[in-house]
Design a protein. Structure first.
Length: 155
């Protein structure tokens, strides 16, 4: 009986370490806190009640290169992200910013398992330049999920 109990404990520890392994080594942030991520980098965003991962699938940057003026087509920068919750529910969306020198942001609300989250793209750097081979990084802020209220009909 001791061997059976010990075997059950070992299996339990192994199973819990496998679950954590998927999240270990991830860059971490908190809800309402700005963070940066590169293509294919997963970021764990969490608080005491909930957790999401955000992963950039692609960045397509067609903004005018720095120091090229005049620029006929200012272009834009699109960032495709995948957002996954703890239940493995996920969605993908594209956020796009322009080429203005002013602060650029795009935000979208997503719903996963009845909770709404606001995902904000706060910028993508570096801006294109003629001889740049630097990896792109996008800045984000994620506002925590709220229970989605059912739509009310007014008669």
């Amino acid at each position: 009986m001791k061997h059976l109990t010990l075997y059950a404990v070992v299996l339990s520890i192994a199973a819990s370490s496998c679950e954590k392994e998927g999240l270990s080594g991830l860059k971490q942030s908190a809800f309402n806190q700005a963070f940066e991520a590169k293509i294919n980098e997963k970021v764990l965003i969490k608080n005491q009640d909930q957790a999401l991962t955000l992963q950039i699938s692609s960045i397509i940057d067609n903004r005018c290169p720095v120091h090229i003026e005049p620029c006929e087509d200012e272009g834009n920068c699109s960032t495709r992200v995948k957002i996954t919750n703890g239940n493995n529910s996920w969605t993908e969306t594209v956020l796009t910013i322009g080429n203005s020198n002013e602060e650029q942001k795009d935000a979208i609300s997503v719903i996963l398992d009845g909770k709404a989250y606001e995902i904000s793209l706060n910028g993508v750097n570096p801006k294109p330049s003629v001889n740049s081979s630097q990896d792109k990084a996008a800045g984000f802020t994620v506002k925590p999920g709220l229970e989605k209220q059912p739509d009310l009909e007014i008669f």
